[in-house]
Unconditional design. Sequence first.
Length: 37
Amino acid sequence: MILLILEATGVNSTLMACELGLKLYEELEKLRDDLKR
């Protein structure tokens, strides 16, 4: 379903989604590091 949305919205939106995903992933990594301490 996500792939269909990305195809419909085009390459720019795909790049934006990738950037958002990376930012979210980095935030989650920080949270996990904080929880381990």
